[in-house]
Design a protein around this ligand. Structure first.
Ligand code: ADP
Ligand code: MG
Length: 247
């Protein structure tokens, strides 16, 4: 049996007459980076929202760590270990790096307001936050404002926020977006090590990133997965080349 932490079965989502997800079944296995690629509007973000719980599918189910989580809220799925980063940054730019991690950890626990009075006293929370910052290599930046970080460092900070819940898997929607060549290269190196902590379902436009990182690639076109395979499989797949890679 293949050891999958995450599995979708027949996820279907309609927006009026548009079918944004057509019976999508895919899985994420231990230790892997599974990239999800496809043109704009293919339904990548729609799929990840259904997995994370922000969007209810019309049909199908989501299984995580051996449980059917289809009826659970986003917060409940996060508590079970679904770590997530977003296409649009969710950081509080005016706060420090450390505060962002603590805020994130508290947000997960549903207790954001408590933060302002008590955070500097809660040793356990600070320890958790510092450990997460160390894991992503931002420990020397803890007192910088988030707005003073480079784009690449902000992505790492978002991962640190997600790490406070000790995730069993990561869902990432276009983490390379907005990064220059250097930032992308740095983030690629970072994700390459992060996969050993938890497998990653990676939505990504940047083909260099996908082809250098992914163990498996799924190609989504008009709400449908037209191919899943290794990087070599996908590069040489004629359906994929016609539909997407434009060769
Ligand atoms: P991708 O992330 O691959 O670019 P999306 O998942 O964002 O694609 O969108 C897939 C399709 O679903 C697009 O045609 C988009 O316009 C449509 N769509 C996404 N969200 C909604 C929504 N909330 N209401 C209506 N249509 C939507
Ligand atoms: Mg998207």
């Amino acid at each position: 049996m293949i050891d999958s932490i995450l599995e979708t079965r027949g996820l279907t989502k309609r927006f009026g007459g548009l079918v944004a997800s057509k019976a999508i079944s895919l899985d994420l296995r231990q230790g892997e980076i599974h990239a999800l690629i496809g043109p704009n509007g293919a339904g990548k973000s729609t799929l990840i929202k259904q997995i994370a719980g922000g969007l209810q599918p019309d049909e199908g189910s989501v299984h995580f760590d051996g449980k059917d989580v289809s009826k659970l809220s986003t917060a409940a799925r996060a508590r079970l270990g679904m770590g997530r980063t977003f296409q649009i940054s969710s950081l509080a730019m005016e706060y420090t790096v450390l505060q962002n991690v603590v805020l994130g950890a508290l947000g997960h626990r549903g207790n954001v307001f408590w933060f302002f009075n008590n955070v500097m006293k809660d040793a356990e929370l600070l320890e958790t936050a510092d450990a997460a910052l160390t894991k992503v290599g931002l420990e020397d930046f803890r007192n910088f404002r988030a707005s003073d970080l480079s784009h690449g460092q902000r992505r790492q900070l978002e991962v640190a926020v997600a790490l406070t819940l000790d995730p069993k898997a990561f869902l990432m929607d276009e983490p390379m977006a907005g990064l220059g060549a250097e930032g992308s290269q740095q983030l690629i190196g970072f994700l390459d090590t992060l996969r050993h902590q938890a497998p990653i379902l990676l939505i990504e436009h940047d083909m260099d990133a996908v082809f250098s990182l992914a163990d498996r690639v799924s190609v989504l076109v008009y709400g449908e997965i037209i191919a899943t395979g290794t990087v070599d499989d996908i590069r040489t797949n004629s359906d994929v080349r016609n539909a997407y890679l434009g060769e």
